[in-house]
Design a protein around this ligand. Structure first.
Ligand code: ATP
Ligand code: MG
Ligand code: MG
Ligand code: MG
Length: 561
């Protein structure tokens, strides 16, 4: 490829409104242009990097026996109705109507569609299966951000496993885990697998692959001593044993021994008596539910949904609580509505019979369902873990860091088999549901993550595995015919050797060309100039280290392979 003929619109100065390094560099080095918020055009250099990333993922997916598909991006409403996610996906799902008035969605993920295809599986002998694709996903993100990091339209490698039983799913999950470790290593992304929540996917277990970076929007809790790592949405820590945190003291509440109030309950769990307990009333899957959590941490709705399995949740409205309380016997009905937290707190005074059992480790607390039956919440699951708190596993202090979610793998269980009727005949000829997993990597987000981890003041520093070109030949004096000829010969030799090479044959000053190859991030630069040629050498510069070697012209090809 010739630089003079390629569209590489590098910018002389940093673009405005691009704070994340990857965003700034992708714009400045001529990789992407924004069409509108959350939608980017990939220019030729970016297309080459994307193809490299996809190539690596594809190789590792083949290695675990996955088969590549290509499904539609646009889906009929009915298939999403079947899983219940037409509602659940809410405003994040782009919806449209066709000319006949039929409701359609732009796919945010493809469990429903792959699951529908899997209804054609008929025998256990066909299992296990791993199916995948590279496909555009559409998500109406509330805040598209940081260039390719969070867009409304992006490529995902999404795979889906189908197995006869839980052990099969475990094996498929583990194979994906290993494939993801290899993929991120090859991409140059130092991703850490962490325990994560399952969110709208549903299911029992999930692991996120997190790339530590300042621009990351997730927080990862990590124990350097035992290796425990979890998304803060999921993380647990050991509660402190002594009263060392100030909180609003309310002595009268502790006058009576025994569990009488929510503070007493908290004490029973190992929390300190004077720590404020925040009490909220939520509607979880239509059930009015009391939620208790430590008062100095915000409630993560994600965590609440994980802890309870609820797929729809929202804060209760005062009139709903009022109505529910009115229906209860005893003093509760008399409590006035002064806002959900206070109300619930008041409502609980003296109502110990509403709680059953509490022990200090895995504390299951029966929340009060003032209206119907009850939700069970786990105290530990509802806490936000803070830096320096003790690791539940080993007691060492925990670290909290920002990270980019680059991949996510889920054990889905039978949710989609049940919803879509995915069944096979087992070895006894009986119909049995198929257990599923799903696994995703964001391709363009991975590109951005690579840049976040591989750049310097001069520009991008691509790892060789994903670089748009391995080597750039720079003609130092393009107006000198002998230099140009030697560079062209080297270019031909490199092409013949199968190298991915770009020759900077522009009529620019050498300094301008050097700056551009550095900004664009090409791993090796071969500079062909008059002075070197006089002694039969060219200069080989390594982008990552800045090191320059003089190499004899005939050996140049071997050096960049
Ligand atoms: P996030 O928490 O960042 O919103 P997610 O948990 O919603 O991501 P998943 O549904 O787990 O994402 O999708 C799998 C992968 O797709 C993510 O791990 C990420 O790499 C990528 N991805 C998700 N949303 C986006 C987006 N808006 N832009 C680019 N990549 C994305
Ligand atoms: Mg998301
Ligand atoms: Mg996420
Ligand atoms: Mg995720």
């Amino acid at each position: 490829m010739r630089w003079s003929q390629m569209h590489i619109p590098t910018l002389r100065t940093d673009p405005a409104d691009a704070d994340a390094p990857s965003h700034r560099l992708l714009l400045r080095a001529g990789y992407v242009r924004q069409l509108m918020a959350g939608h980017y055009s990939l220019l030729p250099l970016a297309v080459r990097v994307r193809a490299k990333v996809i190539g690596i993922i594809r190789e590792e997916m083949s290695r675990i026996g996955a088969q590549e598909f290509m499904l539609p991006a646009m889906h009929p409403r009915e298939v999403w109705e079947r899983s219940g996610r037409w509602e659940v996906m809410g405003e994040e799902m782009f919806r449209l109507k066709d000319r006949k008035g039929a409701d359609l969605a732009l796919g945010m993920t493809h469990e429903e569609i792959f699951g529908t295809l899997a209804t054609e599986l008929s025998s256990y002998k066909q299992l296990p299966q791993i199916w995948y694709q590279f496909q555009t996903k559409f998500r109406d993100e509330p805040r598209a951000k940081a260039g390719l990091m969070r867009t409304r339209e992006f490529t995902m490698k999404d795979s889906y496993s189908f197995d006869l039983a839980a052990e099969g799913l475990d094996a498929a999950f583990d194979r994906h885990h290993d494939a993801y470790v290899r993929i991120f290593r090859r991409l140059g992304i130092p991703a850490i697998p962490v325990e994560a929540s399952s969110g709208a996917m549903g299911g029992s277990a999930s692991t996120e692959f997190m790339c530590p970076a300042e621009v990351g929007e997730d927080l990862v809790v990590h124990c350097p001593s035992c290796g425990y790592a979890a998304n803060i949405e999921k993380a647990v820590s050991r509660l402190p044993e002594t009263a060392d945190e100030p909180g609003p003291a309310s002595p009268e509440r502790f006058a009576t021994p025994g569990v009488r109030t929510i503070e007493d309950l908290a004490r029973g769990f190992g929390a300190t008596g004077d720590r404020q307990i925040k009490t909220l009333v939520y509607v979880l899957d239509e059930a009015l539910t009391l939620v208790l959590l430590r008062g100095d941490h915000p409630l993560s709705e994600q965590k609440l949904s994980d802890a309870t399995g609820a797929t729809a949740l929202r804060p209760a409205r005062p009139e709903e609580i009022q109505e529910a309380l009115g229906a209860l016997p005893g003093s509760l009905g008399a409590v006035g509505v002064t806002g959900p937290p206070v109300l619930a707190d008041e409502a609980l005074r003296g109502r110990t019979d509403m709680f059953t059992g509490a022990n200090t480790d895995d504390v299951h607390l029966r929340g009060v369902d003032v209206a119907r039956d009850i939700a069970v919440t786990t105290w530990a699951d509802l806490r936000e873990v803070a830096e320096g708190e003790s690791c539940a596993r080993c007691g060492s202090p925990l670290e909290v860091r920002k990270a980019i979610e680059v991949g996510h793998i889920f054990k889905l269980g039978y949710k989609y088999a049940d919803a879509l009727g995915i069944e096979v005949l087992d070895d006894k000829g009986e119909r049995t549901p198929v257990i599923m997993g799903s696994y995703g990597i964001g391709v363009e987000r991975a590109m951005a993550a690579v840049i976040e981890r591989h750049h310097d003041a001069k520009g991008i520093v691509w790892p060789l595995s994903v670089a748009p070109f391995q080597v750039a030949i720079v003609i130092a004096q393009s107006d000198d015919p002998d230099t140009a000829k030697a560079a062209e010969d080297l270019y031909t030799a490199l092409l013949a050797a199968g190298a991915e090479v770009i020759i900077d044959d522009r009529a620019e000053r050498a300094g301008v060309k050097f700056k551009d190859t550095e900004l664009v991030g090409i791993p090796y630069r071969l500079t062909v100039g008059k002075r070197g040629l006089a002694e039969g050498t060219v200069e080989l510069t390594t982008r990552a280290t800045g090191e320059t070697l003089r190499v004899p012209l005939p050996e140049a090809v071997a050096h960049v392979q």
